[in-house]
Design a protein around this ligand. Structure first.
Ligand code: HPA
Length: 277
């Protein structure tokens, strides 16, 4: 897809609106809240909320469980930008809304992107409602958000992703989880395009590839953020076992209900983690 003529301008305008709303606060961390994990938004102290509709080029959201609000404030005394809601690649082929969102928070000063998502487990020891630190990913989306003309002002045409998920930050999140007695598994996140959940055969394939969890998000976000030089750390909230690994019937309602069960631990983890990241 060609870059829309207004993309760079949208990034500039949105970044300026975010910086103005920060009113002197200098958030270094932006947090994208995944499906069913929006509760953290309510924990932001001194919140200034910008609707995505007011930010040029930001996504227009359609999926239940995704609010579409950018919230500036403090979590546990640390300035943050919380992005409550994003557009998935099962909704669109257009990567520009997501690019605008991530590039704008980066231009507004965020150096680290904390990603979260709901995911299915591929491993018996990674249980429902538990959390998994993403140590690496497999991009099985069939697309890369950086395909198309490259705007060198955002990042280089080619870039390595051997260090897509930051090891140092990941170790800090692990340490914080331990200190707070929060179970935090580690593993490889496999991104499927969706919107259908996987077949049992696809789940076996993803297991064979070395995947530990499956989901429909976060990989594009990670790639866009790494392209523009942000560090990325991410946590999956396990909402189900992958198709065929248990008798549960998968649905979005099921995802949201089980994300709610893991949300308490997720919120405690993020509140503690922002202090050390
Ligand atoms: N597969 C893909 N995406 C998901 C799943 C799953 O099992 N659970 C939550 N999001």
């Amino acid at each position: 897809m060609n870059e829309p003529p207004a993309h760079a301008e949208n990034v500039r305008l949105s970044a300026a609106a975010i910086t103005a709303a920060c009113a002197g606060l200098k958030p270094k961390i932006a947090i994208i809240l995944g499906s069913g994990l929006g509760g953290l938004a309510a924990k932001v102290a001194g919140a200034v909320t910008l609707a995505y509709q007011s930010l040029p080029g930001f996504p227009v959201l359609t999926v239940a469980g995704h609010a579409g609000q950018l919230i500036i404030g403090q979590l546990n005394g640390v300035p943050v930008i919380v992005l409550n809601g994003r557009k998935h690649f099962y909704e669109t082929n257009d990567s520009y809304p997501l690019k605008t969102m991530i590039r704008a928070v980066h231009a507004a000063g965020a150096e680290t992107l904390f990603l979260s998502n709901a995911a299915g487990s591929l491993r018996a020891h990674i249980g429902v409602s538990e959390l998994m630190l993403i140590t690496d990913h497999i991009n099985f989306l069939g697309l890369n958000p950086l395909v198309g003309p490259n705007d060198d002002t955002f990042g280089p045409r080619f870039f390595p992703v051997a260090d897509a998920w930051d090891k140092e930050l990941g170790a800090k999140v692990k340490a914080v989880a331990k200190q707070n007695s929060i179970t935090l598994h580690e593993g490889v996140y496999v991104a499927f395009r969706g919107p259908s959940f996987e077949t049992p055969a696809e789940i076996r394939m993803a297991q064979g590839w070395g995947g530990d969890a499956v989901g429909m998000s976060s990989v594009p976000d990670c790639l866009i953020a790494r392209h523009c030089g942000m560090k990325v750390v991410g946590v999956s909230c396990i909402t189900n076992m992958g198709a065929g690994l248990s008798d549960e019937k998968l649905s979005h309602a099921h995802t949201l209900a089980n994300a709610a069960k893991g949300a308490g631990a997720f919120e405690r983890l993020v509140l503690a983690a922002v202090k050390v990241l």
